[in-house]
Ligand binder design. Sequence first.
Ligand code: NAP
Length: 249
Amino acid sequence: MSKILILGGTAEAVALAAAVAAEFGEGFDIQTSLAGRTKSPTVPVGAVRVGGFGGPKGLTRYLREQGFNAVIDATHPFAARMTGNAVEACAAAGVPRLRLDRPAWARSSDDDWYPVADLAAAATALPQLGRRALLTIGSQELRAFRNVRDVRFWARMIEPALPEDLPADCTVLTGRGPFDQASEEALMRRYGIDILVTKNSGGDAAAAKLAAARSLNIPVVMVARPPVPPGETVQDVAAAVTWLRQMLR
Ligand code: NAP
């Protein structure tokens, strides 16, 4: 029986587990690994394990002990530490690895984007760009905005952040996407948002906020992705299944 580890935490990882099960049937052992950040994650097909491995060494040990034939890293484009650990551990354990990385969003001619290298740069640029900011960066990285003054924040996240991580003047909006353009526009209008801050996560599920900002002429601070890891990368689930088929032939 072939055994595959999917590093998850994304809609693509859930779709990949379903696609692998549909393609290879019961002769395939699928395990998805989640970091354990959200209390009620979407549960994928197959086995699920939760929690960190203990760095690259812990993951190397886990891969050897469990005898995986392949690893597909389908973590979020900004989960750079996990991706780096997977590169190192798969090389050490001699397990083939594929990166599934959804395409980044591309700016259209109607977009008013301010590209920045990271969240710290976004926080520095923000007071010059707007006074009422919608943050859609998740709950883990709000700390970068803690010391920004003269900006009122609305921070949207799946589960509430720790109060000590929030900027001084911040309203938390909890909600899980996908959101549509009409509801995103309504939200931006309701709070008088004049600047949107987002990481360039890519994908359709979170793209409606960009369409809403475009239609309301709201500028967007767009945080660039971390560097792409070495090795083979595909951009969608179908290509990942093809890779798996060829690799296990
Ligand atoms: P990260 O900074 O790259 O990883 C930090 C540590 O969390 C890793 O070193 C690893 O611990 C553990 N970890 C991360 N992903 C894991 C996984 N799938 N299975 C087991 N352990 C994992 O990750 P992050 O940015 O905090 O993201 C955490 C999870 O949330 C990821 O699975 C990611 O796909 C998902 N997510 C992230 C974002 C985002 O914007 N960053 C957005 C949506 C979903 P050890 O070193 O102990 O193994």
